[in-house]
Ligand binder design. Sequence first.
Ligand code: SF4
Ligand code: SF4
Length: 315
Amino acid sequence: MKDMAGPNAGKFRDPSFTLDGAQRAQITLNNPKTLWFNTGTLCNIECRNCYIESSPANDALVFLTAPEIAGFLDQLDEQRWPVSEIGFTGGEPFVNPEMTDMARLCLERGHDVLILTNAMRPMMRPTVQAGLQGLRAAFGQRLTLRISLDHWSPDRHDEERGKGSFAKTLEGMIWLRDAGIRMTVAGRTVWGEREAETRAGFARLFAAHGFDVDAYDPAATVLFPEMDTSVDVPEITTACWAVLGKDPNSLMCASSRMVVKRRGAARPSVLACTLLAYDRRFELGETLAEAEGPVPLNHPHCAKFCVLGGASCSA
Ligand code: SF4
Ligand code: SF4
């Protein structure tokens, strides 16, 4: 990673110590419960604040394939990770032509599956719809799609994602509702609105359309804070847990890892979490065994998004 500029200059360099010499906090993988696969960074749209800079042109992370997924499912068994949930993220996962096949592999092996999607055109292609209906028929509520709906108001959602995108996502959600496929929602909190207002707005929207999503359950309607590395963020030390009253085991890197395949790489690799796909310091190896080591909290996202913001990518 390049050295930080602005208010964070000099911070987040040394994996062991913070700028003022305190011992940096690190997180041990002590309860692996979710394995994420990044299906590729290509996306049908280009959002203003996409954390992974996806777009119709960004293929920095290329498509994972069903045989690659199968190899990691074997490793899960070999390593005896007690993972119950497999998550798929992108990019837009349904751009990957093998998405429903990859989900089926995981479901057949007994894992629940969570797919993060914008529910737009890639998901609405007839072959994908047929694949999803087949998964619903075979595995019922063990398949969940988490829909990126930034805000309950069309204008705010479209501010992030482009004009007309709210209407397309809503169309996708109506199709999922009618197909009986389990949905949750991921929104954002970038507008300075109080959480209670945001949740009340989502509740009205869900009720109006008969969506079976609880707007007041933080696991069913996940609200993500803005990821902005230009603001001054503190470095997290080993003393922070007691000061903040925060359990280090609640962080995503204590309970999950993400598999990606970089453009030009011969094989996929395993990252500490879903949030830092391009920072090579968070690439832990090519196998799950290599990825079992501790993760130093050496990035502003660790502090702002996870420790202070309370983000989680799990369902
Ligand atoms: S839909 Fe998701 S992956 Fe695609 S650009 Fe928007 S935030 Fe990024
Ligand atoms: S960004 Fe969050 S989940 Fe990722 S390594 Fe940092 S603390 Fe862990």
